[in-house]
Design a protein around this ligand. Sequence first.
Ligand SMILES: CC(C)(COP(=O)(O)OP(=O)(O)OC[C@H]1O[C@@H](n2cnc3c(N)ncnc32)[C@H](O)[C@@H]1OP(=O)(O)O)[C@@H](O)C(=O)NCCC(=O)NCCS
Length: 227
Amino acid sequence: MEGGARGDLGRLVKPWCRPLRVMPRVLRIREILRARGVKGLLRFGFQRLVFRRWNSIVLQDKIGISRQPSVYPEPFRFRIWLKHEQMPVEMRTLVRNSSGGEFLAELDRRDGVWLIEAGENRLAGWGGLYFGSRQVRVLSLPKDAVLLGGGFILPAFRRRGLHRQAVNDAALCLARNGFRHVFSEVHPDNLASLRGLEAAGFERVKQVSLIILLRCVVIDGKRLRRI
Ligand SMILES: CC(C)(COP(=O)(O)OP(=O)(O)OC[C@H]1O[C@@H](n2cnc3c(N)ncnc32)[C@H](O)[C@@H]1OP(=O)(O)O)[C@@H](O)C(=O)NCCC(=O)NCCS
């Protein structure tokens, strides 16, 4: 996506579609196609554009600035960028080559990224910091809410506490930068993620069960609202 391929696609469509932000969408579709195949892309499109069920537990950071930084065992190293565009190209390539292409393609210009380096030019995992995303409106969170999400630890590095430590450090970084409303949301069946977030000092604030129709109408219990 970086360099050659992205450049070619960019030159092809940029002049007339940039105002519509088509380019990021094209790249995202390409990544989804690559990762999930045609069936996966069609299912994704249906869920995003027509009908989507949304069940999740919403958690909030209750510790903020008084967190202690995590201490990682060798060779792990935590890195964070509040704007993902500041991430060096070689890191972006590493994420993409470690199966994170779709994650990168989903990021908006405003979003940030954390990642954990695992030495020898390898990554252990990554996650996103989402500022002003649609999720904030869908979940009826405060306007200035930041969401930590998209956390992923590569299978070889799981169950060592890395996700819990990274979430702690990402929340600490946000608190130090003045963000007061930090949330995360997790599917109720995702025990690994739920436990990690709770161990990192996030507390459950609500559970939502929504249906989203045509991208703009939310059925939330008996209420109907527009997003
Ligand atoms: C969820 C995920 C990020 C967790 O990463 P991890 O580094 O293995 O998690 P941790 O080692 O920090 O574990 C945190 C807690 O979850 C528990 N846990 C980890 N994997 C678990 C599993 N498969 N089942 C149940 N509990 C689990 C750990 O025991 C630990 O609990 P403890 O603090 O009570 O001991 C990782 O499994 C993953 O990448 N999954 C796929 C992507 C995903 O679901 N992301 C979450 C999106 S919201």
